[in-house]
Ligand binder design. Sequence first.
Ligand code: ZN
Length: 227
Amino acid sequence: MALNDPTLRNQVIVLQDGYSRQEDGDESTMRANCTCTLVRCRDGTNVIVDTMTAWDGEHLRSLLGEHGLGVEDIQVVVCSHGHSDHIGSNYLFQKARMHLVGACASHRDLYMNHFGSGEQNEELALDSNAEVIVRRSPGHTLSCVSVIVDNSQLGGRVGITGDLFERSEDIDDESIWKDAGSESEKLQRAERNKMAHICDFIVPGHGPLFPVTPSMRSKLKEDASSA
Ligand SMILES: [Zn+2]
């Protein structure tokens, strides 16, 4: 495969759909794991977004193996935020040039100044075509980030948003994302609206990928303006 072939698309591959639900018979506990996504950029860069819990390492290895990849083939690890179910298997990716946890970028003990500008709309390109970028999407936590993939095989722009969206059902039922915790409901509503308007598909933090519909956009716009 020729790298950077203009006929290629960036591939967004959801390795595992996340979930979150109350534990059966015990209302005080939850079962949750994140949606884990692989982005195979057309320049050959491989990015993994959200690495599940620390107990999922071998499982994640085998999921990558199904796509002909080993853990050493991942160049960038992005965690939408620092909660344990989104960062747990980062340790697998020792060959990656960068681990980005929320807005904090590092390699081994070296911490880089990405997202240090204080600019809310700072963007960080992960591929040489600048088609796969990271930006801040505060709400669930104030340092949350999302990955935006242009020129994808799905035929539109994909937002891999972490817990900005818990799952598609949280558009009709706000209690789903609020109950998952929000450090700023106001910012989260604004970001949900923004992301739904610039993306054609969303990969949420704890559910399957979904296409963004016109009715979802108008509901999110209403939520953002009424708050
Ligand atoms: Zn989460």
